[in-house]
Design a binder for this molecule. Structure first.
Ligand code: NAP
Length: 306
């Protein structure tokens, strides 16, 4: 069967680290063009402007946006208005209202929209969801601490308004949380630490309904931590390595400690959505982040430079 043609927009860190290799290995997809002001992929036709690509390549049915969240909406609207299917990196927009508009536009145009959450494709997530479905959760603790200089070198956008700061990785944890919990969760309190010279938080401590807390920090040196643990009526369930390793009562019970399967799984899901002429837009992780900005107490901490 012919592979679906896709254009990648925003050839930066995640496009090159994950999207390009995932597409190269996919039986469903052919990378047919890129759109980027500076980036490119060898051997693939490149455009500097999205409208030009959409006008010149009507054969490309799907566009995958790897831009940071703030510049993404304009490009997303152009794609949907041109009647193409659209895949969004996480978080799917700078605001919830933007994504509501995109969802309605995709429906009106009869195309597929996929707001991806790559961490939901981590190896242990579905097994954790099945396990927790039959358990009572007494308490949950998320620890998501990483070094922003290592994972987002020089990405000033992440600390600008709309860049989300530490919620850029933190929303990955929340995308897992909202997938695996058997009941809905909402935010009840938050403390946000803003560097004196930045517009987005570098650390956050969150409290949710159901006895769940989260500790997000972008200043972690040494070993990095992407863990969540749940005390249940039948013992402790833990997801480590960003959802890729499942443990039950301290023993490994699933997963393979690798993140390389996440992006191939996202593109397989997008191919499925195209076949079904369906969309997948779950905004529950982003609601928790928006509520943290709404309800959170703001503290000022020392200035941050990359
Ligand atoms: P990035 O490398 O800083 O940006 C991607 C590309 O977007 C840039 O190379 C740039 O390409 C374009 N771009 C940047 N700022 C722009 C602006 N203001 N206007 C228009 N284009 C702009 O970012 P990234 O790390 O790949 O992250 C992109 C998205 O992927 C984010 O939403 C992030 O949360 C998500 N993500 C990142 C990672 C990671 O490890 N970094 C992991 C998972 C998901 P040109 O200058 O060539 O146009």
């Amino acid at each position: 069967m012919a592979r679906n043609r896709v254009a990648l927009v925003g050839i930066g860190k995640i496009a090159l680290d994950q999207h390009v290799p995932a597409l190269a290995a996919s039986p469903d997809w052919e990378l047919a063009a890129t759109v980027s002001r500076h980036g490119s992929v060898e051997g693939i036709e490149g455009f500097a402007d999205i409208q030009t690509m959409l006008d010149k390549r009507p054969d490309i049915g799907t566009v995958s946006l790897c831009l940071p969240p703030v510049p993404r909406f304009h490009a997303a609207q152009a794609v949907l208005r041109a009647g193409r299917n659209l895949m969004l990196e996480k978080p799917p927009g700078a605001t919830l209202a933007e994504v509501h508009i995109l969802r309605d536009l995709a429906q009106a145009q009869g195309v597929s929209l996929y707001a991806t959450w790559h961490s939901r494709m981590a190896e242990g997530v579905e097994a954790a969801r099945r396990l927790l479905a039959d358990r009572v959760i007494h308490e949950g603790r998320i620890t998501w601490r990483e070094d922003v200089r290592k994972w987002h070198p020089g990405q000033d956008w992440i600390f600008e308004a709309g860049g989300m700061g530490v919620f850029d990785p933190g929303i990955n944890a929340l995308s897992i949380l909202t997938r695996i919990l058997p009941v809905p969760v909402h935010l009840t309190a938050a403390d946000l630490d803003f560097p004196a010279n930045r517009q987005a938080p570098i650390a956050a401590r969150l409290t949710f309904s159901g006895g769940i807390t989260a500790d997000f920090d972008f200043r972690q040196q040494g070993p990095q931590t992407w863990d969540m643990e749940f005390k249940t009526d039948q013992g402790i369930v833990a997801l480590r390595m960003g959802g890729n390793r499942l443990e039950i009562d301290g023993h490994k019970a699933g997963g393979d400690d690798s993140i390389m399967g996440e992006y191939p799984a996202l593109y397989a899901r997008m191919a499925e959505l195209l076949r079904d002429n369906a969309s997948d837009v779950d905004l529950s992780p982003m609601v928790l982040v928006a509520d943290a900005f709404t309800l959170g107490r703001r503290g000022i901490v020392e200035p941050f430079e990359f």
